[in-house]
Design a binder for this molecule. Sequence first.
Ligand code: DGL
Length: 256
Amino acid sequence: MFDSGVGGLTVLAELRKLMPKAPVIYAADIAGLPYGAKSEAEVAARVAGLLGRMAERYDPRLICIACNTASTIALGMVREVLETPIVGTVPAIKPAAKVTKTGVIGLLGTEATVRQGYVDDLAREFADGKTLLRHGSNQLVALGEKKLRGETVSVDEVAKAASGLILQPGGENLDTVVLACTHFPLLEPELREAFGKDVAFIHGAAGIARRIAHLLEGQSFGFFARSFAVTTGEIDDFKRLSGAFERHGITRLRKF
Ligand code: DGL
C-alpha cells in the first residue's frame, strides 16, 4: 500500500474490513511529501523509481498506489514497467455524478491532481452535462498528516484551506464533493462542519478495497507473514504515527 504519507491509511481502513488478516506492507514516501507541490515529471520519476525498488525488495503480490496524485500522473507508466498487478486510486467523479441533484460537483484534490488531463477525461466520460468545480490544496494534506500525529487541527484551518472550492462562480450550488486525495477523508468531520449538512462527500476507498480483495480472492498467506510499515523519511517522525498504524494492525515501523 503506497502513498506519499498517511493518506493510504484511509484505503487500508476499508481493506481491513474485507481482509482483516492480510499481511500489508505500508510504504510512505514521507521524504517526498507533498507530491501535490511537485511537477508531473518529478512525481512520475519518483513513484516509478521507488515502486521498482520496493517491488524488488519485498516482492508483493499486488501493489496499491493509494494516492490520487501518483495514480493520475504515473499509473500507466508504472504498469508498463512492473509485472506486479497494480490497483490505482482515481477521483470518484463517476459516483459523484450519479448522486448530485444540483448538477454541481466539487473536486477537492492536491494542486497537481486537479490539473491532470486524467481528470478532464473522467469529467468528459462520466459527468457530461454537470459542472465540475476544482480546487487544489496542498495545505489539507499537511493538516491530515498533522491530525494523525495527534496534533490539533481546527475546523477553521480546514475550512480556510478548502474555501477556494465554494468561493468560485457556481460554488453556492455545490451539493457533492469528491475527496480526490487519500489524505482528505482523514479530515471528513472537519470538512462536514465547514461545508454544512447539505453537502455530500464521496471518495473511492471502499471501491479500491473491493478491487484489491477481488484480485486476491482465493489466495492464502503464509502463517508467519506479518504487516509492517516503511518510510523514506525520518524514523523518529514516523514513530509519532504508531498509534494510527496500530489501529490498522501494523505495529512494526521501519526505515526503507
Ligand atoms: N495522498 C496523496 C493523494 O491522494 C497526496 C498527498 C501529497 O500531496 O503528497 O493525492
